[in-house]
Design a protein around this ligand. Structure first.
Ligand code: CO
Length: 436
């Protein structure tokens, strides 16, 4: 696929994924189009050789896998996350005063607040609705400009350009209309979901920005959009996953919710989701305990979550030499205290895969006097422990509601993953591996 085609696909994926629920639905749609069969965790699984499957948990995390036609070495796993920092709408959502109705919101994850001001916003998520038999989940997206968080005029804060401390409960509540629409917010949500307001028994609703993604730069080299962290990696992994040739390993694609709030939910990377699914695959393949315990030794995981590119106005915030540039390839992320899982072995595997795939590799480390973020790899390893590398795609303005990355890098990840999922990393002895 051409870069421009991949970027167009990415922008479509982002556009249809305003929340983690929608991102999982978007990914599931692409998998279904490519012949993947949906499984339910509650069911007995009878997996067929050559079968292609996916399963979701909480409708906000997803794992897809393929069963090889003959034999199997280990698992080849790529993980990413599908949630982004956002404002979550509180249970009783409206605040009415001085002629305005505002939404009562709280913080989900650690966002940059300033970019949320003065942009058209909308609301999406899920509602849980009463049925005759019990309850039912409905995804909902109001899908039009219904909210905005207005800045305070410079005349009322002359020091606005010297830095502002925002108070979420005071400054970040979006206006959704005049007091004439008092009581109409949940009605609108119900209407969009096609249900009666009185039947809504629960909701997980989030604000999202309505600005569309765009490709820009004199040579069209940049892509800016909401949710690039981490749907850019999710999309790249997914493209690689569906296009990979069958190999000796069992390819597994994992997309986790709740990375931005520490992953400790029933569907996050710190849950049993991945280990449960791997166990079920091994059981369905008839492996005994001994065989199951041999599997991690010849398995490999890539945890893909976007990385900081060196910033044009703040070069001093990056490490003196390990500083990624946009459109220069996959970023291997290192941290001595193992916030990132990459070590000499897993880096060597990633470098070998990228070399074979013709994909450039660059390196990120934090400045030694700065504390960086954490991600999925080390958390997942506490449940299923195997050689893992943390990688990402270089981007600017991480956790802004409108982020910037490179058009070439999504394609690099897709290329790398296409090869990755067709390989296996088999242990010869502890420390020596065969890639085939
Ligand atoms: Co991330």
């Amino acid at each position: 696929m051409e870069n421009s085609e991949i970027t167009k696909g990415l922008l479509g994926f982002l556009d249809s994924s305003p929340t983690a629920f929608h991102a999982v639905r978007s990914a599931a749609g692409i998998l279904a189009e490519n012949g993947y069969v949906r499984l339910e965790e509650k069911d007995l699984w009878e997996l067929e050789k050559g079968g292609k499957y996916y399963v979701t948990r909480n409708a906000s995390s997803l794992i897809a896998f393929r069963i090889p036609v003959q034999g199997y070495a280990g698992f080849m796993i790529a993980a990413s996350h599908c949630d982004s920092p956002a404002f979550k709408i509180k249970e009783d959502p409206e605040i009415v005063s001085d002629g305005y109705v505002r939404l009562n919101v709280e913080r989900y994850g650690g966002m940059l607040c300033a970019p949320w001001f003065d942009r058209p916003l909308s609301v999406a998520g899920r509602v849980i609705v009463r049925t005759d038999a019990g309850i039912e989940t409905k995804l909902v997206d109001i899908g039009r400009d219904v909210a905005l968080i207005p800045n305070l005029a410079i005349h009322m804060n002359r020091k606005a350009n010297e830095g502002v401390a925002y108070n979420i409960q005071k400054d970040l509540l979006p206006v959704i209309g005049s007091d004439e629409v008092k009581g109409c917010f949940m009605k609108t949500v119900a209407q969009e979901a096609g249900v009666n307001e009185k039947d809504i028994l629960g909701h997980d609703l989030f604000l999202y920005v309505r600005d569309k993604g765009t490709v820009w730069g004199l040579a069209d080299e940049y892509v800016s959009a909401p949710h690039l962290d981490d749907l850019q990696c999710t999309y790249g992994n997914l493209l690689g996953f569906i296009s990979a040739e069958p190999g000796a390993g069992i390819p597994v694609l994992a997309v986790f919710d709740n990375e931005e709030v520490g992953s400790s939910t029933k569907q996050g990377a710190n849950s049993t989701f991945l280990e449960d699914i791997l166990k079920r695959i091994m059981t369905a393949l008839g492996m005994d305990t001994q065989e199951q315990l041999r599997m991690p030794a010849s398995s490999f995981m890539v945890s893909a979550d976007n990385a900081h590119a060196v910033h044009p106005a703040n070069m001093d915030k990056a490490d003196p030499v390990n500083r990624p540039q946009i459109n220069k390839g996959i970023v291997l992320k290192y941290s001595a205290n193992q916030k990132y899982t990459t070590d000499a072995v897993s880096a060597a595997v990633v470098r070998t895969v990228c070399e074979k795939a013709g994909v450039p590799v660059q390196v990120f480390t934090n400045r030694s006097d700065m504390i960086g973020g954490s991600t999925l790899g080390n958390i997942s390893n506490s449940h299923i422990s195997l050689n893992t590398a943390d990688i990402g795609l270089p981007q600017l303005a991480m956790h802004s509601c409108y982020e910037t990355a490179g058009v070439k890098d999504t394609a690099y990840l897709a290329e790398m993953m296409k090869l990755f999922f067709s390989l296996s990393v088999q242990t010869e002895c502890d420390g020596n591996y065969t890639l085939k």
